[in-house]
Design a binder for this molecule. Structure first.
Ligand SMILES: [Mn+2]
Length: 429
């Protein structure tokens, strides 16, 4: 194992914090035990929770207007893996990286898998990219990809997705995430029915290439880059497509890809009810698909989503194994710091959802006791679960205070001396 930070550094920062943590953990444990909850059992479940980080999230993102790179940001997949390993070493909750092709292309994927393993990392869902043209590409995606009116373009998009499956097999992935930017900017530009027909026909060719234990995760998005309509615009289109494709096709919910104020937690429950909840992209938003840090704007919504996920876990119906990933654009922060902070926000909401008294909640629901049903959620939401997360992290070798340990490590300062500078330019991720 070739972990990026020294274990001594983490031990030193933990030594400053451990007495306070033990005090807080003990106090919270006594409080929870009065409600019949064993804090160690919650800690055990939190320790088994994980969320993937996207390779592209390790670099600074940007908007349609500009990108402001920082010194020492990663310039290739090898450096991205190093940064992801820092996040995992400190947080112990992000053991997998979700790669993106062609951005992360290398000549030897077996070697890349070994390189990741030596850093303490594995690979999560593989992401295809048919929303931009690459140098030397035969057919442009300017007319769309899987739904393009141009047959050769559709075929190229199918082949790219199949290539992603092949790369993913070598990396140890078992999921292909498909998001297409296909859509229109003008009324009348495309026929809604025929463009969906073309998408389904092409997606079925990708589906047919899935190995037996793989899933195809369909990610819907309401708008952007198309601003009038998109082909897979909402969870309705997504579940209909997934149902038509077959049992290995599932829906992936990105928290930012909905109309404002949509009840996302209800969508989660609906998709699970029909065995189609395949994955999650965590981020937060204020106005649209802002890709802000998870839990930074609406942590209560994140908690309510996890409340549904815990319900689903307890009642798995056709199985429950969603693929979780952070999907954010880090435009103004050090991406490592944002992902450390976000991983903690996500785990916190999971831990709080575990603290919900399900028996009391279900009893109140059956009795139509609105206030007590709401209070069952409110009681859990207001508990500060930070000591549970910190204890789980420390016991797994991570840092009690991840951001302080990261800053103490001087990682970015050291990388700024080693890595070449990243160019300016637009940087939507
Ligand atoms: Mn996403």
């Amino acid at each position: 194992m070739n972990l990026p930070l020294s274990a001594e550094l983490i031990a030193e920062t933990n030594a400053r914090e451990v007495a306070a943590l033990e005090d807080d953990y003990g106090s919270l444990g006594r409080k929870l035990s009065r409600s019949g909850i064993d804090i160690d059992a919650i800690k055990h479940r939190v320790a088994n929770f994980s969320v993937a980080v996207p390779s592209w999230g390790a670099g600074r993102g940007g908007t349609r207007f500009a990108k402001f790179p920082i010194a020492g940001e990663p310039t290739n997949i090898h450096e991205k893996l190093e940064d992801c390993a820092v996040i995992q070493q400190l947080s112990r909750v992000t053991p997998r990286v979700s790669p993106h092709f062609p951005w992360d292309k290398v000549s030897d994927y077996a070697a890349l898998r070994e390189e990741a393993a030596s850093l303490g990392l594995g690979f999560d869902a593989v992401n295809s990219n048919t929303f931009q043209d690459q140098p030397g590409q035969a057919h442009s995606y300017s007319t769309g990809s899987l739904s393009s009116t141009v047959e050769a373009t559709r075929q190229q998009a199918v082949e790219h997705n199949i290539e992603c499956i092949e790369i993913g097999r070598q990396l140890g992935s078992t999921d292909l995430t498909v998001w297409v930017g296909d859509g229109t900017n003008f009324p009348g530009q495309q026929d809604f029915a025929r463009s969906l027909d073309r998408y389904l026909d092409a997606a079925a060719q990708v589906y047919a290439a899935l190995p037996g234990d793989w899933r195809m995760l369909l990610e819907h998005k309401m708008f952007e880059p198309a601003f009038y309509s998109t082909v897979i615009s909402d969870w309705g289109s997504s579940i209909l497509a997934a149902q038509e494709l077959g049992p290995k096709a599932k829906c992936l919910v990105d928290l930012g890809h909905h109309a404002p104020n949509v009840n996302i937690e209800q969508i989660v429950a609906r998709l699970h009810r029909f065995g189609k909840l395949g994955g999650f992209h965590f981020n937060d938003s204020k106005y649209g698909d802002d890709d802000l840090d998870s839990g930074s704007i609406n942590p209560h919504q994140l908690f309510l989503v996890f409340n549904e996920l815990v319900e689903a876990e307890l009642n798995p119906r056709d199985g429950f194994n969603p693929s979780y990933m952070i999907d954010q654009s880090h435009n103004v922060t050090d991406p490592i710091e944002s992902m450390l902070s976000s991983a903690e926000a996500i785990s916190q909401c999971y831990a709080k959802a575990l603290l919900v008294d399900r028996q009391a909640l279900h009893a109140a629901q059956e009795a139509n006791d609105t206030m007590m049903a709401f209070q069952a959620l409110r009681r859990a939401y207001t508990i500060d679960v930070a000591p549970i997360l910190a204890m789980a992290r420390m016991e797994a070798g991570g840092a009690i205070d991840v951001l302080t340990a990261y800053r103490d490590s001087q990682w970015r300062v050291r990388k700024a001396q080693e890595r070449k500078a990243v160019g300016l330019g637009a940087g939507i991720v």
